[in-house]
Ligand binder design. Structure first.
Ligand code: ATP
Length: 136
């Protein structure tokens, strides 16, 4: 199967760099599957599930907001965070979700609301992918 260069860069690390066969990106308007030879484009990425396939093996991950650039046979994803589903601490994500929901309910300042919504989206992305691997 044809491959392309995939680079996934989070704010704190280069999460993945290598040749991939397929990547599914959580774009703003839904999941976007990319194979080698995809048209050139830029897409906004929203916190959610990202999957990429290398040597027939698919890695399930959670990523944060960012953007993706598809250029020739190179796909670059720059995002807030990137974690493999198997590395996610479910309890921590559940606590983060509860904290964010409490802060949203408390209806404090607008800035607090925006931060809490972002924290909630990160926690939900983590919980979504871990629910698929039955991690407890
Ligand atoms: P929390 O409130 O639990 O810290 P957060 O979304 O605010 O969640 P950050 O403080 O932005 O997390 O993340 C700090 C580091 O911890 C990052 O490297 C991130 O990938 C990692 N991280 C955050 N939550 C989890 C989790 N549930 N499982 C594994 N790693 C996590």
């Amino acid at each position: 199967m044809s491959t392309f260069k995939l680079e996934i860069v989070a704010t704190d690390k280069v999460f993945f760099r290598g040749d991939a066969e397929f990547v599914v990106i959580p774009a703003l308007d839904g999941e976007m599957g990319v194979l080698a030879g995809h048209d050139t484009m830029v897409a906004a990425v929203k916190a959610g599930e990202l999957r990429y396939t290398v040597n027939g093996q698919t890695e399930l991950c959670a990523v944060g907001d960012g953007f993706a650039e598809i250029l020739g046979d190179r796909v670059t994803i720059i995002c807030d965070f990137a974690e493999r589903a198997v590395d996610i601490d479910v309890m921590r994500a559940e606590r983060a979700k509860e904290r964010a929901e409490e802060r949203i309910q408390a209806k404090k300042s607008q800035i607090e609301f925006v931060h809490s919504q972002a924290a909630l989206a990160r926690a939900m992305a983590r919980l979504k992918v871990t629910s698929k691997i039955n991690k407890r």
